[in-house]
Ligand binder design. Structure first.
Ligand code: ZN
Length: 124
């Protein structure tokens, strides 16, 4: 007998939440990848024209902003995929630190949570 803490219908609900989050993160990634290649193209034009282009710093700023968003979305996607893996192997909803069940309310708010609320507060 396993100590699986969720009913199959509950797990299905979390799977749907995670898949929705995965789709959303993928969409964001796709959008920003397009954005980044536009910035890259514009930036190489600018530097070809004139090294002292007044728009230079602005372009760099936009570039790093976009990179940050992209990195966020990539991390989110990795989290979602790990959570989906835990759904498959039956460890979903179990705190990685103390091994106790993560509350449903917490998982509903944050389906990728790997720590119970107590450990999350303790670890930070
Ligand atoms: Zn815990």
């Amino acid at each position: 007998m396993t100590t699986r803490s969720f009913t199959p219908s509950r797990l299905e609900k979390f799977e749907r939440l995670l898949l929705a989050e995965e789709a959303e993160a993928n969409e964001r990634l796709a959008e920003h990848r397009i954005g980044i290649s536009e910035v890259r193209a514009a930036r190489s034009d600018a530097s070809a024209d004139d090294e002292h282009d007044p728009e230079g710093p602005t372009m760099t700023q936009e570039w790093s902003q976009r990179s940050a968003v992209l990195t966020d979305a990539e991390h989110e996607l990795a989290d979602v995929r790990r959570a989906l893996g835990r759904l498959t192997d039956g460890s979903y909803g179990v705190c990685e630190s103390c091994g106790r069940a993560i509350t449903v309310a917490r998982l509903e708010a944050r389906p990728t949570a790997t720590l119970c609320i107590d450990c999350a507060r303790r670890i930070g």
